[in-house]
Design a protein around this ligand. Structure first.
Ligand code: NIG
Ligand code: FE
Length: 419
């Protein structure tokens, strides 16, 4: 090595899960921690990391273009948010009173509100307006320490409006430092023009939407809202298998409200992840463990919907040895927050996850839920230099001191973009 682009020094504590693979069960507690550390970066990737003195000695004869001192702060891998509905029009604060008076989430949707309210706003919005709104949220996520975000469609529900959402996500990926990974979710709700004709809408998704999304290469994943009264297990299977046929990897909103069998379906179709899972049965979790499906838990959603029930993270980790990931589920209805740090607190409070498990869930396991474990999610030689610098003494401080943003800085692809 003759040169490095950036040397990060003054790292009071470097904390990271290890390796590329999802971390299951007990492994979620095992982190690499180095006090007084340094990281050397070349061409956007990590080339060396370890105790500062060792790194500096090793670089004695090497030309260092730039050095930054993070002042004794804590550095972790850049956080990964693997489940968001980032691109959409409008907001739904007008439904707050209804929610507070006890009208259930699915009832608001059945009355033409909920997701369908956002569908109306998204259809009415032009690409530029959607871009500007999503850009603000993406900036907020970045300021929270997030360097990779998944973004779903699903508020267009016509061929053109779904493509419009996905094109906005692509434009964000092309223009913003945060990486965006796109998911096609035409099966998010049945739009008014297909009301009472869900099968015909499934045909439309399979025959009209999916081929266009695949042809334009606008998504990596295909997701379905598999829920009582929305899309059945059979309909979800058809859509996910058709997506798979077109090269889109299955994901699934599964067993959020009713134990419909979405977790079992996730195993059957080889989904990369299954989301929510509040009502998932032991049989469903066993199917996920058998087929390597990553549970993506969304404690902000159960919190914001005021549910007494939460996903069984402890069972998933301790009994089923599943590699739990966490996400905001940022969306205008069930979880209007961009704050992954709030999610960390809720994972501690309501899912009873430890700080070590929470960091693993927000980094390497989240990266694997997006198929990106080779490149991101841990501080490893050869991986992208995506790093979050926290003004916090240790990882337990993040879920402990809540309601504030502890991110001091962010390095993305080896560039300091927040300081
Ligand atoms: O993951 N469950 C379905 N989809 C979203 C909510 C979307 C909305 O309410 O706008 C979720 O919670
Ligand atoms: Fe969601």
């Amino acid at each position: 090595m003759e040169r490095i682009d950036l040397l990060v020094t003054g790292i009071g504590r470097l904390v990271t899960p290890q390796g590329n693979a999802p971390r299951c069960g007990q492994q979620m507690k095992e982190l690499c921690e180095i006090t007084d550390a340094a990281i050397a970066i070349l061409a956007g990737r990590i080339v060396l990391f370890g105790p500062a003195q060792e790194i500096l000695d090793g670089l004695a004869a090497v030309e260092i273009s730039e050095t930054i001192d993070v002042g004794g702060r804590m550095v972790t891998p850049g956080l990964v948010d693997p489940h968001t509905h980032l691109v959409h029009g409008g907001s739904r604060e007008h439904e707050l009173a209804l929610k507070r008076s006890g009208v259930p989430y699915l009832e608001i949707l059945a009355q033409g509100g909920g997701i369908l309210s956002t569908v109306r706003c998204t259809r009415a919005a032009c690409e530029q307006d959607l871009y500007v709104k999503a850009l603000r949220s993406l900036n907020e996520m970045l300021l929270n320490g997030v360097t990779t975000v998944e973004a779903k469609s699903g508020y267009g529900l016509t061929v053109e409006d779904e493509l419009k959402q996905l094109r906005v996500a692509k434009r964000l990926n092309d223009t913003h430092p945060v990486d965006i990974v796109s998911t096609f979710m035409g099966a998010h709700a049945v739009p008014p023009e297909f009301k009472g004709h869900t099968e015909a809408f499934v045909d439309h998704i399979v025959n009209e939407m999916l081929p266009k999304v695949a042809e334009e290469k606008l998504a990596v994943f295909c997701d379905v809202f598999c829920e009582q009264g929305i899309f059945s297990v059979e309909q979800s299977r058809r859509i996910l298998l058709a997506g798979k046929h077109g090269g889109l990897i299955p994901k699934i909103h599964a067993d959020e409200i009713e134990p419909l069998g979405g977790a079992e379906l996730a195993g059957e179709v080889g989904a990369i992840s299954a989301e929510h899972l509040l009502a998932a049965t032991d049989k469903g979790l066993a199917a996920m463990a058998k087929h390597g499906v990553i549970p993506v838990l969304l404690p902000g959603t159960s919190f914001n919907l005021g549910l007494a029930k939460h996903a069984r993270a402890r069972d998933m980790i301790d009994r089923f040895e599943l590699p739990v990931a966490l996400s905001t589920d940022y969306n205008p209805g069930s979880c209007p927050t961009e704050s992954i740090q709030l999610i960390m607190m809720l994972a501690s409070l309501n899912l009873k996850m430890t700080p070590e498990e929470i960091l693993t869930a927000c980094t390497i396991n989240a990266a694997n839920a997006l198929g990106r474990g080779e490149d991101i999610g841990s501080i490893e030689v050869g991986k992208l230099a995506d790093l979050t610098i926290f003004d916090a003494p240790n990882i337990a401080y993040l879920p402990y001191h809540f309601g504030t943003n502890h991110t001091f800085g962010v390095i993305k692809n080896g560039h300091v973009i927040v300081w």
